[in-house]
Ligand binder design. Structure first.
Ligand code: ZN
Ligand code: ZN
Length: 363
């Protein structure tokens, strides 16, 4: 259907595209571009996506990898209507919280009023709302924020696999690079953070939250990375740290993980799956550096669908794509490119969402 445009709207569109080409300004992306539910005129802090039946809020404190050092992997996961959250990876913490505070994205958190607090809202969320860290692996883009905010943080557990704990204790919180904020390793150990080693598949309850947590290993070059399955009131969310695709003769960690989460998908209890798509499909296979592309992600999701069985088992599943690598290449728009490639190859009916810093996803 074609519709004649009002001359004024036409003019404003022209003006917008002129501004865009001349100033390099992109029109502000209106939040509230939800696929479903009411599309009310969004307030500036409105969520980017609202699932018809949400249980969790995902707030991207940082969403990228590579050169954007104020915007690296860190996702605050909070059961809706609760003042409790865990941080899945901690590449960017302070900057993400400050940005979220400025845009009003922290305003929905039911923090008890505390007029005597000396902290701003970002500081209160760091010290009162965030109750634990889940660290997938020790690469700097996943731990830099943890280290830098640690002096201002309150004591918390850090959930991780022993391989990751060893790297952090030996190389970061070691009284040389930074003070030892951990409870083991170099002496003196300040013990602000308590390492909680995970055993694959074992359930741990996170104190002072409704969360129960499981972890499984992922292959990521010479490191072991981690997938965390969060459960709050029987509702689940899966977060994967960096991962490579399963290769012939390799360990098939993704396939193993899919077997563990398939029952939750069949029971319609998995509210979201957060996984990396670091590079677009044009990245040469020899330069994947143990990461995924849209093509590799789609191939792995096909394996997940096969394990789940039934008719279109992943239809409508929220897949939140993280860790897109920023580059210095001229005119590159990797997030948009990857989003397009994912949707073009999406014959599973999956609902892809690109993670963007400061945006909220209610799933
Ligand atoms: Zn990594
Ligand atoms: Zn990374």
């Amino acid at each position: 259907m074609t519709q004649k445009m009002h001359p004024l709207s036409e003019l404003s569109l022209k003006l917008e595209s002129w501004l865009q080409s001349w100033l390099g300004v992109r029109p502000h992306r209106l939040p509230g571009a939800a696929r479903s539910g009411a599309r009310e005129p969004a307030a500036s802090a409105g969520p980017t996506y609202v699932d018809p039946n949400p249980h969790f809020e995902i707030l991207a404190l940082g969403s990228r990898s590579g050169i954007i050092d104020g915007n690296l992997s860190a996702y605050m996961i909070r059961p809706l209507n609760r003042n409790e959250a865990v941080l899945c990876d901690a590449g960017t913490v302070g900057n993400g919280l400050k940005l979220a505070q400025a845009s009003g994205t922290l305003d929905d958190i039911p923090l008890p009023p505390d007029p005597d607090s000396s902290l701003d809202l970002a500081g209160r969320v760091l010290t009162e709302t965030i109750r634990a860290y889940c660290i997938s692996h020790a690469h700097l883009d996943h731990v830099a924020g943890l280290v830098l905010t640690s002096p201002d943080d309150t004591p918390k557990p850090i959930y991780l696999l022993p391989q990751t704990r060893k790297l952090i204790a030996e190389n970061l919180f070691n009284n040389e690079i930074w003070g030892n904020m951990g409870n083991m390793g170099a002496r003196p150990a300040l013990g602000k953070y308590t390492y909680r080693d995970m055993t694959p598949g074992e359930v741990q309850e996170i104190p002072h939250t409704s969360f129960r947590l499981q972890a499984w290993p992922l292959s990521h070059g010479n490191l072991t990375s981690t997938a965390f399955l969060l459960d709050s009131d029987g509702q689940k969310l899966l977060y994967l740290g960096d991962t490579q695709h399963d290769q012939a003769g390799g360990e098939h960690q993704l396939l193993t993980l899919w077997h563990h989460v398939a029952p939750a998908i069949r029971a319609r209890r998995l509210h979201g799956l957060m996984i990396e798509t670091t590079y677009p499909n044009s990245q040469p296979v020899t330069q994947l550096r143990a990461h995924l592309t849209p093509r590799l992600l789609l191939a792995s999701l096909h394996q997940l669908a096969d394990i789940c069985g039934g008719e279109r088992p992943l239809e409508g599943l929220n897949v939140i794509c993280t860790h897109v690598k920023e580059t210095f290449a001229r005119d590159a728009h990797p997030v948009e490119t990857i989003e397009k490639e994912l949707n073009e190859g999406n014959d599973l009916g999956v609902h892809f969402l690109m993670a963007r810093q400061g945006e909220r996803y209610l799933v």
